[in-house]
Each structure stands twice: as C-alpha cells, then as structure tokens.
Design a protein around this ligand. Structure first.
Ligand SMILES: [Zn+2]
Length: 244
C-alpha cells in the first residue's frame, strides 16, 4: 500500500496538496495514511473479518474501491505528532477542510462511515471504473501538463495537431484517449496504425500520418542503431523506454 501522492490521479494529487496546504495554514496537523491500493491489496483487506482474522475494515472488493484507481486517499489528524484514530471532532474538522477543496469525505456516508477517507470520482460510479471508464478532470489542460512534458510536447495544442485531432487546447475524451493509447506503449510494427504510430513518427522526425510503413520502419532502425538497441524495426518495450 502506498502513501505517496504520486500514485494518485494527477487531479486528486492536486486536491490532496491543496488539502495539506489548508491543514497547515490552519495549524491542523494531519498525516496521509493510504493513497493507492492495488486490487490484490484491496482483496486482502476485504478478506479481513470475513475469511481472515480481525474486524471488517472495508466493504469494497478488489476493483471496487476508488483507492484502486488513484482517486482516493486516507488521512488522519495528528495529536502531539501521533495519529488519533478515534477523535470524532478532529475528523469532522479534517473532513470539512477536505470538502472545502472539492473532495468527497467518507465521514458523510450513511451506512459505513469512513472518517479518514477522501475521494474524487469525477462523477463516475465504481461500476463504470470497473468497466474501464476514467474520469476527466475539470481544467484537464493543467493536470495533463505532466504527460505533455513527458511526451515532449510544449502544449496540448501541439500534441493535438500531431495526433490529427481538433487543436482546441482542451483535453477532452479524444485527446485523453490518444494520451492513454501512447502511454500503454504498444508494440508497433509495419502495418500498424493509430495514435501510438503518430507519436513514434513525431519522435523520429517524420511526416506524421499514423500509418507504420516502410519509411517509418527504416527510420526506426536507424534510430535504434543510434540508441544502441537491436535494429529490428519494431518498436517494443526497449524502444519505448527510450522514447518515454
Ligand atoms: Zn479510504
């Protein structure tokens, strides 16, 4: 289980930072206790009080917690530098601070109150996340700056132009889809088409048409030699590791 804010969705990380800043400004010490949780870790937690010892700690199976998607984190108030798990009034104060920055607070839940828990769902139900949908952050532009930098683009518009998308500078579903496709680092070879091919062509300094043909293959071989990689003209994991 992670306590790093870097494992959170970029927008949730922003909200978490705002939350921490506000707590600090109010001289209200808190500690982040959990951020991202893998599906296996979630299943282990779900087993507690059911098939393994101890009290029940969650109602969510693996895949059915917002923690599994980097959309939730847990925090606790500190008293004299130590976590206070049971002080309800402190949790209420913490919940109010979290809500003021745009987070949902688990202390507001009716059935299973989860006082340390904060989340941002982007309006998506957990079932939608399970089916593969992902939320789009408000002002997606700013939260995608990190991936633009990573992909070596100066702006969202420049990225959209190379991807053959409407260059409006707004990160909507199509732009997000293109980013996600590239970030999957799919193995690319002659005959392949799509956003990842466009990205490869952009990085090879070629005309971008999204169609992996002979010219792309030849340029990729040269680039692989220059990067001391096996010059097979196939963009696999080792080539991707250099690209991104
Ligand atoms: Zn939680």
């Amino acid at each position: 289980m992670s306590t790093s804010l870097d494992t959170l969705h970029p927008y949730v990380k922003q909200l978490a930072l705002k939350f921490l800043e506000k707590c600090k400004a109010e001289n209200f010490p808190v500690q982040i206790t959990y951020t991202f949780r893998s599906i296996k870790e979630q299943n282990d937690l779900y087993a507690k009080g059911r098939t393994t010892k101890g009290p029940k700690v969650t109602n969510a199976r693996g895949g059915y917690s917002y923690h599994n998607y980097g959309l939730a984190f847990d925090a606790s108030p500190l008293v004299n530098g130590k976590i206070d798990w049971n002080n309800e009034s402190l949790y209420k104060k913490m919940g109010a601070i979290g809500k003021s920055v745009g987070l949902d607070w688990g202390g507001d839940w009716k059935n299973f109150k989860d006082m340390p828990h904060f989340q941002w769902t982007g309006g998506l139900l957990i079932e939608e996340l399970v089916r593969g949908k992902r939320p789009i952050a408000p002002g997606g532009d700013t939260v995608k700056v990190d991936s633009m930098k990573l992909l070596k683009f100066d702006s969202v518009k420049a990225f959209q132009e190379k991807m053959g998308l409407g260059a409006d500078g707004v990160v909507g579903g199509k732009t997000k889809g293109a980013i996600d496709e590239i970030m999957k680092k799919p193995t690319l070879r002659k005959g392949d088409k799509g956003f990842a091919v466009r990205y490869l062509q952009f990085r090879l300094g070629l005309a971008v048409d999204g169609d992996f043909g002979s010219k792309t293959e030849e340029a990729l071989r040269k680039w692989q030699i220059g990067n001391k990689l096996l010059a097979d003209g196939v963009c696999g994991s080792k080539s991707w590791d250099v690209l991104i």
